[in-house]
Design a protein around this ligand. Sequence first.
Ligand SMILES: [Zn+2]
Ligand SMILES: [Zn+2]
Length: 289
Amino acid sequence: MKLFFGGVRGGYPVSDPAFRSVGMDTTSILIVGETDEAIIIDAGSGLRGVFEQLVTWLPELRTVLLCCSHFHLDHVAGLPAFKAWYDAAWTVEAASRIIGELTIEDVVTSMIQPPWWPLTLDQLPATKRFRILDDESLQAPSVYGGLTLRWCPLEHPGGSTAFRIDEPASGQAIVFASDLEWALADETRRDQLRALCAQPQPATLLIVDGQYDEETYEAHRGWGHSTWQEGIALAQATGVPEVKLTHHAPHLTDADAAAHEQRIQTAWPAATLARQGDIWTAGRPVTTT
Ligand SMILES: [Zn+2]
Ligand SMILES: [Zn+2]
C-alpha cells in the first residue's frame, strides 16, 4: 500500500513561492493497494495532482473510489474539474456519509451545474456511481479489491468523517482523520476514533488534523480543528507508530512550517508534517515527487 499527498492545506489554496515546500493545494490524498486499486480521500484543489499521480502509478486503471470526509470547500473544490469525469472510459464511484442532510451525490450534482460550472454532471461522459456510507462500518468493513474500508464520525462543525483503509495482505493500515476538533469531542466520539486507530490492530500511519498548537488553539475554539499535541497523543494512546500532521493553515509559510516541525519532532520524532507531493510507503522513507 502506498500513499500520495496531493494537498494538505485547510481553508483555501494559496499561490506564492513562500508556500512551495508545504504545498499550495487543499486536502486530497491517494491510496493505492498492492493489487492496483485506488482510493482517493477528499477532493480539495489537490485532487488535480492526485489524478496525475494516479495515472502515473496505474496507467491502465479506469476505476476509482472517491471518499469525501465532509463538504467544506477545502475538501470538495476540486470536484468540478476532476479529469476522470470527462473521460468515458472511467468509472468514478463517489462515497460519503450523510453530512448535514446531504450526500456526495447532492454535492456533486449541485456543484457541477450553472451558475457554478458551465456543464452539468449529465454532460460528463464517465460512468458515475454514488454510495452512502452508513455508520455500521466498524462491525463490517467495506471491501474494495485488496483493501478494506471503515469510517467513523468526527467532531467538526457540520460533521466530518475519519477513514481507515486496511490492506490485509500486507498488514498495513492508514487512518485519515482531518477536520477534527478533539477538544470538543465527547467520549463516544473519542472512543470511536481510538477504536478506528487501534482495531483490529494499531494502524501503520495516522494522518491527523494538527492545524493548531496549544498556544493558538484557544483563539480558534469551535473552528473545527485540533492541536498537533492532540494528534500525537492519539497515536501514542492507540499504538500507531507514525503520525503525519495535516490540514495546515492557509497562512503557514515554509519558514513557519520548519519551526513548527522542529517543535513537533522534539515532542515525538515519529511525527512530521504532511507535505504536498510526499509519497509514503510503509517502512520506507518518504520521497517527494
Ligand atoms: Zn478542512
Ligand atoms: Zn471542515
